[in-house]
Structures are given as C-alpha cells and as structure tokens.
Design a protein around this ligand. Structure first.
Ligand code: MAN
Ligand code: CA
Length: 169
C-alpha cells in the first residue's frame, strides 16, 4: 500500500521473534498480523459486486446516468470511469453495451481525452466514429457495432447510460 509507513520494530525483547522481517515493517503488515484492517479495499469492493481483473477492479452500474453524473458516481466511490489501456481491457468490455467509458472531447472538440489524462493511443471506435453527430462529446460502447472490438461511439453527454467504474488494487 502506498500509504504504508515503515516503522521501527524493537527486536530486542524475548518473544518479539514474531517480527522476523527485520527491523522495519509496514503498518499494514502490523495491522494484518493484529487482525485489524484484514478487509482490504479489494475485499470490500468484491463484497459490493465489483469485478476483479488485475490490476483493476470494475463496477458496472445498475442505474443509468449522464456521462458527468456517472463519472461523479465513480469518483464518489473513490474510483473513476473506466480507462481502456490495452486490448485485454477492451475484451473485458465485450459483454457490455450502451455503457459509458471514461473518454470525452468536451474540453476541445476532436481531442479525445481519458479521465485520468492518459493520451488516447489505442482506439476501438466503431466504423465512422467518432462523428460528432449533433454535438457528441462522450464515448459509449455501442450496441449496434458489428464487430465488438470496434465498438466505441460518441454520443451526447446528457444521454442516460449505465457506466463502468474502475479502481486499482
Ligand atoms: C446514432 C448515434 C450516433 C451514431 C450513429 C451511428 O445516430 O448513436 O452517435 O454515430 O447512430 O449510426
Ligand atoms: Ca457518434
């Protein structure tokens, strides 16, 4: 865990052989050994219906919202809309249709940006997309795509869709 701090552990006393990793140990290791915080973020996400696919956890919403409301909902859960970084992540999306992904060109028409600032390099647009057909600045997974590996479509950001949040382990 990034927020772990290393603490000094006193090995000098009898009975402290418990701490056999040396004289520095992370706080999460101590808490785990004490049975505190055994429920990792991953465990609680899984209990809440998130799907684990290393290195990420995903939550497919049941409700439909605009793109911004969807993003806010993910942010409120400490996550964000899904960023598709590679072909495996695009394959993960295959079962899902009409869901928001974390891609928009609201700030600068024609310049598509992932929510985390990742530049758009790999692209899985449906043929002819993005076409900005009537001010379409947010990306969804189209239900009409013949090839599901070419399925992104731009639609108006106020459209109401389910959405996929992504968090990291
Ligand atoms: C609809 C919308 C558009 C899309 C076209 C493609 O009009 O979903 O975003 O580009 O269909 O046929
Ligand atoms: Ca479109």
């Amino acid at each position: 865990m990034a927020e772990d701090i290393l603490v000094d552990v006193d090995n000098s006393e009898e009975g402290r052989s418990y701490w056999d990793q040396g004289d520095k140990i992370s706080t999460s290791k101590i808490f785990n050994k004490m049975g505190i915080g055994r429920h990792s973020k991953k465990d609680s996400r899984l209990a809440d219906g998130w799907i684990a696919r290393k290195p990420s956890l995903y939550k497919v919403s049941s409700e439909k919202r605009s793109w911004q409301e969807s993003r806010d909902s993910c942010l409120n859960m400490g996550a964000d809309l899904i960023v598709v970084n590679d072909i495996e992540e695009q394959k993960f999306l295959l079962p899902y249709k009409n869901v928001w992904i974390g891609l928009s060109d609201t700030d600068n028409e024609g310049v598509w940006k992932w929510v985390d600032g990742t530049p758009l390099t790999i692209k899985y647009w449906a043929p002819g997309e993005p076409n900005n057909a009537g001010n379409e600045d947010c990306a969804e997974i189209s239900s009409k795509a013949a090839n599901p590996m070419k399925a992104w479509n731009d639609v108006p950001c106020y459209s109401s869709f389910q959405y996929i949040c992504e968090d990291h382990f």
